[in-house]
Design a protein. Structure first.
Length: 411
């Protein structure tokens, strides 16, 4: 019977490859069209590769734990004559288009050439990441031989930050590097997962910007009382947590002042067309940030249902890159870990990150009663890209978020 190839699909704009983590079928298995048969892992998530058509698995050429570029053949399906002819025609059309594009072959060579240049100049990133410039004293002065060894081991200058160079001008020599590697070999270690590497790469890129943080305190009693009133309003309704109140408050505050979330790119101020807010979710070996679209136009109850759905997908690492892209700000409720204060780092493509700490009972002076009364108070911070927004603008935005949280009926 004719065969149709199973191709590694395009999994996102910035994704060039993926690693095989699970193969769900074996040769001889009957499969339906668009049936998930292989799980692959990228820096963003675990996603499924589906069958191109109905038929029987002829063979799977992909190997577990191996990494394949987009467009690779992972196996073959025995298909009908009609399906085989249809896919053959599609492949031929794609080939003709490729041949008509001038300098296509040169363009495909460029990424590899750019990686070599980045390694030569000392600006590198782990596989799948973007180049991260590093200006580290000591480790930034390395010999050409050391640069070649770093490229071979996929090391970045940041990985060598702890090495004090013994060469001329504090240059790191090959002996310095080998001594460093020998020490690592004597310690327990394991291969970093794709998602861990992706988070590390994103944070390095974020740190190339001038980041700042402002903070305040917020009275959580109104939120907790409103949350209690929402319990049992409708059977099956989920109660929103303080982090979701903060998400909704930030979305409304940004809708009132959208300039606060504008991005400075080159000499242009880029304004978002919608208020899309990410929520930081702890997943296995990393953080995922699914984005809630039009959060300012989504009621708190709908926001809660959407959030629960996204959290479930994130913890299964089933959040696609598209579901994590395009946000203008993120909310991190690190108070769930008992932490009162923090300065989380905004993602590279975002300007703002709102952090909410743990609630704590504190005495508060009541002018009416002329005595101290207890209240639940939390610390709230706003980290921001200082190129795009000044301290005053960030402070006014945070003040408005606090006001909304202390008047939850407006949410």
């Amino acid at each position: 019977m004719p065969q149709v190839p199973i191709i590694m699909p395009q999994l996102g704009e910035s994704i060039a490859e993926a690693t095989i983590v699970d193969i769900k079928v074996k040769p001889g298995d009957e499969v339906a069209v668009d049936q998930e048969i292989i799980d692959v892992e990228t820096q963003k998530a675990v996603m499924g590769v589906t069958t191109p058509c109905k038929g029987k698995i002829d063979k799977i050429t992909a190997q577990l734990k191996e990494t394949y570029p987009i467009g690779s053949v992972l196996g073959y399906v025995e298909a009908s004559e009609a399906d085989a002819a249809r896919f053959s025609k599609q492949t031929q059309a794609q080939t003709e288009v490729t041949e008509e594009i001038p300098a296509r072959a040169d363009q495909e060579i460029k990424p590899a050439r750019q990686e070599k240049i980045a390694a030569r100049d000392g600006d590198g990133a782990r596989p799948g990441g973007l180049p991260v410039p590093a200006t580290l004293k000591g480790a930034s002065f390395v010999s050409p031989r050391v640069r070649a060894r770093m490229t071979e081991l996929q090391l970045t200058p940041a990985d060598l930050a702890g090495i004090t160079g013994t060469g001329a001008g504090n240059r790191v020599t090959i002996k310095d590097l080998e001594n460093f590697l020998h020490k690592i070999d004597n310690q327990s270690a394991k291969e970093a997962s794709a998602i861990r590497t992706g988070v590390a790469d994103a944070m390095r890129r974020s740190w190339t910007r001038p980041l700042s943080t402002v903070g305040s305190s917020v009275n959580l009693d109104p939120v907790l009382q409103d949350r209690q009133l929402r319990a049992g309003v409708a059977e099956g309704d989920l109660k929103p947590g303080p982090g979701l109140y903060a998400t909704r408050a930030l979305a409304l505050a940004l809708a009132e002042n959208p300039n606060a979330a504008a991005k400075l790119i080159g000499n242009r101020v880029v304004q978002s067309n919608s208020i899309d807010v990410g929520v930081a979710v702890e997943a296995e070996d990393g953080i995922m940030v699914p984005v809630i679209r039009n959060a300012d136009k989504t009621s708190l109850s709908d926001l809660t249902a959407k959030y629960q759905e996204l959290v479930d997908l994130a913890r299964k690492r089933r959040i696609s890159p598209d579901m994590q892209a395009g946000g203008i700000a993120t909310v991190s409720n690190f108070g769930t870990f008992g932490v009162e204060w923090g300065t989380p780092i905004p993602l590279p493509d975002q300007t703002l990150l709102l952090g909410l700490g743990a609630g704590k009972k504190v005495p508060s002076w009541d002018e009416t009663k002329k005595e101290f009364v207890p209240k639940i108070e939390a610390q709230i911070t706003l980290s921001f890209d200082h190129r795009s927004i000044d301290g005053g603008g960030a402070a006014r935005l945070l003040k408005r978020v606090v006001e909304l949280l202390e008047e939850p009926k407006k949410l």
